[in-house]
Every structure is written in structure tokens, then in C-alpha cells.
Write a protein that binds this ligand. Structure first.
Ligand SMILES: OC[C@H]1O[C@H](O[C@H]2O[C@H](CO)[C@@H](O)[C@H](O)[C@H]2O)[C@H](O)[C@@H](O)[C@@H]1O
Length: 551
């Protein structure tokens, strides 16, 4: 199985992380900080000084000594990404959110819009000059980061950041993000989870073609389409290579090819090294540990890190088996990629590529109908593989995951599904009665596991995909449900912002006006995709003067 080699810089920073954990203790400890800090001197010099630190009998370093060492030998985490004033930012762009009439909501939307200034960064010249001293990867253009501990650009977050930037009329900043992601494909063959050395072993939900589609739809930038197409074809190969590909023989005897998440990593994630090792200590053999680490990193590749969606026996975390799941949403995203590539190929006049990708999309649609669709629940369900090593898996009814997740409705975001009127009617009914739609938005799942991609958390990207899918269907009932969800989501973001002065990464959809929690790090603020989705919803639905905004 493919594994990306580790580097001596990462191995050293992992040792530093462990030493810091022992010296400073668990309270307020964020392991990611210690793999993000830039080195001031060559690795050999830094390692040498680290070796010479005084240690007590059990090998730990005193907190004061470690603090002094950190100050002398490292910059601050995030110092190597410098703030940048986006040149296309204006305080109130012409034509900004024309349907938002309520003065309070409009004033808040302008504040959210102004957050792009806080979140826009450029990789410092120091990284370009000495990449060996940084885990941050050099990028050609400006980026928009999610915020707080997420101080680098992320793949799928960027889609919703771009949707917000488009509402903010910041097309150049949006294009610069795409240019960076394309440069990652050129160098690594795929878009990384994020632009850090420790993310080079995995991707994230593939939405680059959707970003380019949205920018093209707004700007008509054919040049962008032309230079993106080769990179998209390369990315498509990555997702359809052996590690991500699964073949299924369905109940009618037809063979289908679908995709799964599968990170090229079988060690603890450097950014969460200690926690991963503690969980892996439940396994005795090396191969079991390696498989568990691969499944952890693959859950990170899915963007849903972590969730009962990937557990054989939820909520037991050590039963995580992401690579044994064929995920509904991933295949919907790849279907979208196929349609977008076909569209772009037409734009540049490459008709044979367009034809080929329309055929691929058609085959994937059939595969999704056959493997995921559950006509009793009127949802698309993830499929659990019995034995991952089989060349061809024989489809079995009992292997669909009957638990309800927001991802079970993501195919509705894609044209072949939202344009089927009778299908839409049954899916809308299913979503309404699913229990997912709560006081403040759509829940991620119905299981309160303590993991962040589960109940009661609601995430901006999930709200947006469902709302947009419902809207695009054109059905009146679907539109009403879309508007109901969007109003709930905007309201809870507004109230939380008024209470805390911040935009949050995830929200508690059971309680309007509360932010979310759970998972392996403290709740983060900033926050790229939340800002993007609020602006996109306000652009679409507006906010009338006579509608109060309260929980
Ligand atoms: O450090 C732990 C994990 O954090 C990231 O995941 C979460 O934040 C991302 C940025 O907003 C988001 O894209 C992802 O959906 C979140 O779950 C990171 O992507 C993981 O790889 C990392 O292990």
C-alpha cells in the first residue's frame, strides 16, 4: 500500500511536540503548534541544541528550559504566513448583497465581509528562501485561511471561502486561491489536505473543479479554464487510481467503479501524534496499528474527522475503518468533477474529452443509483466493504449504512439528481422527516458521540450543499425547505456573533445561538467557510426589513 515518506524535519518536530506535552501538561496544549513552528537555524543546529537541553531522570525537560529553547530557536506558529491586504477588498462593494434590507443584518454582513482582511495571507519570503526550515509549503499567490489554529490554506474549505468571496466581489482573491491549489497538483499530483508538509499524504473532498466553475460563471475567465484543465485531468487520475478505486458487482450482475478515501499514511498524524499513538496502543500487532493510522488519516482526507460514519461499532473510536467505506458524498463530488471537466473541455473546444467525461459521469450516476440508493429510506447510503482486499466486491443489501447522516443527501447537489422531479419530491420528504433539520440548521448525524462531525454539530458546508441542491431542483416545496434551513443558519450565526464577537467553525444546531464542540481540538473561530456560507445565503435569499433576526 502506498505510503508517503516522512521527513527528518517532521520527525524532529514530533519529538519536540512530545517533549512540550510532557513539560507543559495537557491543559491548553495544542499539538499542532509544535509542527507549525518555523526553525530559525538549520535542523542539525536546532537538533543539537535540543539534545543538549538538561533532562531529569525520566528524560523530561523543565518547562522554563523548554520555553527558553523555543524562543531562541523557533519563530511563532503562523509567523511564516504574513498578513496581506487583499487589493480587491473595498469596505462596501458596489452591488453587495442587494436583497439584504434589514439594517442590523446588513451591518453584520459588512462585518463578516470585512473578515476577509483578517484571513488573507501570503507565504513569507523566508519560506521561499529556506523551505527546509518550514512545514509551511511555498505557494505562488495569496490565500484565505480558515482561522485560529488553521493557519494555512485548506482544500475543501476553499470552496465555501470562494463562494463568499464571490458575494464580496473579490474575484482576484478567489482566483489566487485556485492558482495555489493548481500549483499543488502540479507539484504533488493532487490537492493536499492543506498546504503543510504533514498534509502531503492525503487530499480532501475534491472540489477544485467546482471552485473554478463558480469563478468562471461569475467572471467568464476562459484563460482560467484553459490553464486549469490539465491540472484537473491530473487530479481526476489521482482520485481514480488504484488506492481510491473500488469495483462492485451489483444485484443485477453489473460491475461498477466507485471511489473511497484512502490516505497514503500508516503512522500517527504529526499534528496529533500523541493522541493517535494512545488510541493505537489498543492494537497489539504492527499491521493493525498501521491500518488504524491509515484509517485515521483517511478520515481526515474525508473532511469528516471524526465521525461515527467511519466506525464499525459506533461510538467506539478504535473501530474506525474509513477505508472500508464507499462514501456517498465523495462519489457525488467526483461526479461533479466529471461534469465540470466535460463543461470546461467544451469551453476550450476539446470535444472528445467532453464526450469521455460525460460518459464517465453517466456511469457514475448509474453506479450511485445501484450501490447507494435506498428506496425505502429515499436516501443515498454509504456502503461498507466486507473485505477490503477483494478485487471485485459483491453488493449486499445489509452493507448499506442505514444511519442517517447529512451526507446521505449530498447527491441532491448534483445536476443528474436535482433535475429528476419525482426523485426530488421523495428526497425532500425524507429530509423533512429525517430528524436532521433542527432549531438552528441541519445536524451532521443523529448520534451524539462526542466527535465533531456528529450530532449536535452543524457545519456550514453541509448546510450549503443541501440548501443549494434543494434550490436547484426548482420545486416549490424544496425551495421552502431550503429557505427555512438558510434562515435558521444565518440567524444562529448572527446571534453567536453578537454574543462572542466571532464567527465560529461549527455550531450547535439543537440550540440556536450556541456554537459547537466535541472532537480533538477546542472550537475554532475566524472562520473561512462559515463566513462564506453566510454571505452566499444572504446573497441568495436576502433579508427583508420586516423580518426580525432572533432565535
Ligand atoms: O488537526 C486535526 C485535523 O484538523 C483539520 O480538520 C478540521 O479542520 C479543517 C479546516 O477547517 C476542515 O477542513 C476539516 O473538515 C476539519 O475536520 C485537518 O483537515 C485534518 O487533516 C487534521 O488532522
Amino acid at each position: 500500500m502506498a505510503v508517503t515518506p516522512s521527513t527528518s524535519l517532521l520527525s524532529f518536530l514530533q519529538r519536540l511536540q512530545k517533549t512540550a506535552f510532557e513539560a507543559f501538561g495537557a491543559t491548553d496544549f495544542d499539538p499542532k503548534t509544535y509542527v507549525d513552528v518555523p526553525l530559525k537555524f538549520a535542523l542539525s543546529v536546532t537538533e543539537d541544541a535540543f539534545q543538549k537541553l538538561p533532562r531529569n531522570a525520566n528524560g523530561t525537560v523543565a518547562a522554563e528550559d523548554l520555553k527558553r529553547f523555543l524562543e531562541a530557536y523557533f519563530g511563532g506558529a503562523g509567523d511564516d504566513l504574513v498578513h496581506l491586504n487583499p487589493h480587491d477588498f473595498v469596505r462596501e462593494p458596489e452591488g453587495f448583497l442587494p436583497k439584504v434590507k434589514h439594517p442590523k443584518v446588513r451591518a453584520w454582513a459588512l462585518q463578516v465581509h470585512s473578515l476577509w482582511k483578517n484571513l488573507t495571507r501570503k507565504v513569507s519570503d523566508a519560506v521561499q528562501a529556506h523551505p527546509d526550515l518550514h512545514t509551511l509549503l511555498p505557494l505562488p499567490g495569496s490565500v484565505v485561511i480558515p482561522g485560529s489554529r488553521f493557519r494555512e490554506v485548506y482544500y475543501w474549505d476553499s470552496y465555501w471561502v470562494i463562494r463568499g468571496l464571490i458575494a464580496s466581489k473579490m474575484h482576484d482573491t478567489a482566483t489566487a486561491i485556485v492558482t495555489n491549489l493548481i500549483s499543488l497538483i502540479e507539484q504533488y499530483g493532487f490537492v493536499l489536505n492543506g498546504a503543510r508538509l504533514y498534509y502531503t499524504n492525503r487530499s480532501q473532498p475534491p472540489l477544485l473543479s467546482a471552485m473554478i466553475y463558480e469563478i468562471y460563471r461569475t467572471t467568464g475567465d476562459e484563460e482560467l479554464v484553459k490553464r486549469s484543465l490539465p491540472a484537473l485531468l491530473k487530479e481526476y487520475e489521482f482520485w481514480n487510481s488504484d488506492i481510491h478505486k473500488v469495483t462492485i458487482l451489483d444485484a443485477q450482475g453489473c460491475t461498477h467503479t466507485l471511489n473511497r478515501y484512502n490516505a497514503m499514511w500508516d503512522k500517527p498524524r504529526p499534528e496529533s501524534f500523541i493522541k493517535d499513538q494512545v488510541f493505537a496502543s489498543n492494537f497489539s500487532s504492527v499491521s493493525e496499528k498501521q491500518q488504524f493510522y491509515r484509517d485515521l488519516a483517511s478520515a481526515a482526507e474525508s473532511g469528516w474527522d471524526f465521525s461515527t460514519r467511519w466506525m464499525r461499532n459506533p461510538p467506539n473510536f478504535t473501530t474506525l475503518a474509513t477505508t472500508s467505506v464507499i462514501p456517498v458524498d465523495l462519489n457525488a463530488f467526483v461526479l461533479g468533477m466529471e461534469l465540470n471537466i466535460a463543461f470546461f473541455a467544451k469551453v476550450v473546444g476539446d470535444n472528445s474529452t467532453a464526450e469521455r467525461f460525460l460518459e464517465n459521469a453517466d456511469l457514475r450516476k448509474k453506479a450511485m443509483d445501484s450501490v447507494f440508493w435506498n428506496a425505502n429510506m429515499n436516501q443515498w447510503l454509504d456502503y461498507w466493504l466486507e473485505n477490503k482486499c477483494e478485487e471485485v466486491h459483491v453488493w449486499k443489501n445489509g452493507h448499506q449504512n442505514k444511519n442517517v447522516f447529512a451526507s446521505n443527501f449530498v447527491p441532491l447537489w448534483m445536476k443528474p439528481f436535482y433535475s429528476d422531479t419525482s426523485l426530488v419530491a421523495s428526497v425532500v420528504e425524507s429530509l423533512k422527516t429525517s430528524d436532521l433539520v433542527r432549531a438552528a440548521g441541519v445536524a451532521t448525524s443523529l448520534t451524539d458521540s462526542g466527535q465533531q462531525w456528529d450530532f449536535p454539530n452543524g457545519w456550514a458546508p453541509l448546510q450549503h450543499m443541501l440548501v443549494e441542491g434543494l434550490l436547484k431542483s426548482g420545486s416549490q416545496e424544496a425551495r421552502s425547505l431550503a429557505e427555512e434551513i438558510a434562515i435558521k443558519w444565518v440567524t444562529t450565526n448572527y446571534i453567536v456573533y453578537k454574543k462572542t464577537g466571532l464567527m465560529h467553525e461549527k455550531l450547535d444546531v439543537e440550540h440556536c445561538g450556541e456554537f459547537g464542540g466535541g472532537g480533538e481540538y477546542v472550537p475554532q473561530t475566524g472562520f473561512g467557510w462559515s463566513n462564506g456560507v453566510v454571505l452566499a445565503f444572504l446573497e441568495e435569499f436576502g433579508w427583508p426589513e420586516d423580518r426580525d433576526i432572533e432565535c
